[in-house]
Design a protein. Structure first.
Length: 462
């Protein structure tokens, strides 16, 4: 234990400290001598070194008095010093909004600027550093995407999942995978489909995610979101529910889902979720059928205080069928939409800087996915690239297997046609798109290149 903690005049006797209880407002993960505390909703991160003993009440839920007595005995130091050090650390974390501390006579010093516990327990600076240090450098998996079913209540014209399938991932397999994910310090699980709320154990899976202290996100069209499901979401508190909403015009939305009345159900569920305090995020891909819908959707999102996530690119079906691309906007149509609101669509493109040949080509290798048949695949659009099966393989075996290591090692130089292209700074080189469209990770199609050229013209202007 590091000694030399600052003294606290308002709390010199530490009276009432025994009643202190702490609760994480986010999620704690440990690896060797590092502990990461993360609040995904506020994007707050801290990575603390050499403080695992002090953080046990957060990690295990143990009583603070019991822990400080054990630390004092372990390091042969006075218990009062341990108490002061622990209190300093927790006050700093509370000031950062990462933990909650129960009321007590000492709470008045929560905002004492003299307290700087991180002089003793140095944090890694910045959220990016924390994620990189904690997950990538230790080859740990931060995010897991699970398709609970490939059945769906809608028939969206642009969907990359082939229709007509009706598999449901068995609950015991979901539990096996989630427990393996949590054991190796996994953080966030996305529950998706198809339509995940069709799964007969949807509520049970949400509760299991919360029980395992996992941050979870629900991806849904909300057409099945009734009062019972809303109560489950209120109870389990997902980070957010990602809702597919294609337009504020019912006829446009329903034309895309090919289900009459789907807009009415989705909108009613959005209203009900927001009234219940459930966090909502809107996802709206750009299609020919809704290319004029964004101004109204933006206004709606601002009024409702929700994020609207646009996407001007759709991905071919994962069985090699590119017919869904017929519903994408033409390059001219995309350009008109982007120019209408450049700031909204701008995603921080490279501004003319071509990435280094040695740089990773994309984020593949930061996510693992599981389909409704129990097969692992590497990213959300790449169902056909099977890495293993949860029935026979552990999550760690797949994550650290040869196929995943190969994908994780892909660099820009491995895509020679793209590496030197003048449009490369404005192009999201996507092995999943290529694989679905051509059967090769490295071969693209003309429409993908045309979209990069449009982005270059729009966002490359001075």
């Amino acid at each position: 234990m590091k000694r030399g903690a600052p003294s606290f005049r308002p709390c010199s006797t530490l009276k009432g400290y025994d009643s202190m209880k702490v609760k994480s407002k986010g999620f704690c993960r440990t690896n060797n001598n590092l502990c990461m505390i993360n609040n995904p909703r506020t994007e707050g991160f801290v990575l603390i070194k050499d403080a695992s003993d002090f953080l046990r009440p957060l990690i295990t839920g143990e009583d603070t008095r019991k822990v400080r007595k054990e630390i004092a005995a372990k390091y042969s130091v006075p218990e009062v010093e341990v108490t002061r050090d622990m209190l300093a650390l927790y006050i700093q974390l509370a000031n950062m909004g990462l933990i909650e501390i129960s009321s007590g006579p000492w709470k008045r010093i929560l905002h004492d600027p003299a307290i700087d516990a991180f002089q003793q327990f140095p944090p890694s600076q910045g959220s990016e550093g924390a994620v990189s240090d904690f997950y990538e450098s230790n080859n740990l998996l931060p995010d897991l995407h699970i398709d609970l079913t490939d059945a769906c209540t809608e028939r969206c014209i642009h969907c990359y999942v082939p229709q007509g399938q009706c598999d449901f991932l068995p609950y015991d397999l979901v539990e096996k995978v989630l427990r393996e994910f949590r054991e190796q310090q996994g953080l966030t699980v996305q529950l998706s489909g198809g339509e995940c709320m069709m799964h007969p154990d949807f509520a049970r899976i949400c509760r299991l995610s919360r029980k395992l202290d996992l941050n979870f996100i629900v991806l849904s069209n909300l057409t099945l979101c009734n009062e019972k499901i809303i109560e489950v979401l209120k109870e389990t508190d997902p980070q957010f529910v990602n809702v597919s909403l294609y337009s504020l015009a019912p006829e446009e939305h329903d034309a895309i889902t090919q289900i009459r009345g789907s807009w009415k159900k989705t909108m009613a569920a959005i209203d009900a979720c927001q009234q219940a305090g459930i966090h909502i995020r809107l996802a709206t891909p750009l299609l020919k059928a809704n290319q004029h819908a964004y101004p109204a959707l933006r206004k709606f999102a601002e009024e409702r205080h929700v994020h609207l996530i646009p996407d001007c690119e759709i991905i071919p079906k994962c069985n090699g069928d590119c017919s869904n691309l017929n519903y994408a906007c033409s390059p001219e149509e995309v350009e008109a939409v982007l120019r209408q609101d450049k700031a909204f669509w701008d995603r921080g493109y490279g501004r003319g800087v071509i990435p280094s040949p040695k740089d990773k080509v994309c984020d593949i290798g930061k996510l693992l996915c599981l389909n409704s048949k129990g097969e692992y695949y590497p990213c959300s659009g790449m169902h056909g690239y099977v890495l293993g099966n949860a029935r026979n393989d552990t999550l760690t075996e797949v994550w650290r297997g040869e196929k995943m290591e190969y994908l994780r090692g892909l660099k820009n130089k491995d895509f020679p046609k793209c590496a030197g292209c003048e449009h490369r700074p404005f192009c999201k080189v996507c092995p999943a798109f290529n694989y679905n469209a051509t059967g090769s990770l490295f071969e693209t199609i003309p429409s993908k290149c045309a979209l990069a050229e449009v982005k270059h013209r729009v966002f490359g202007e001075k």
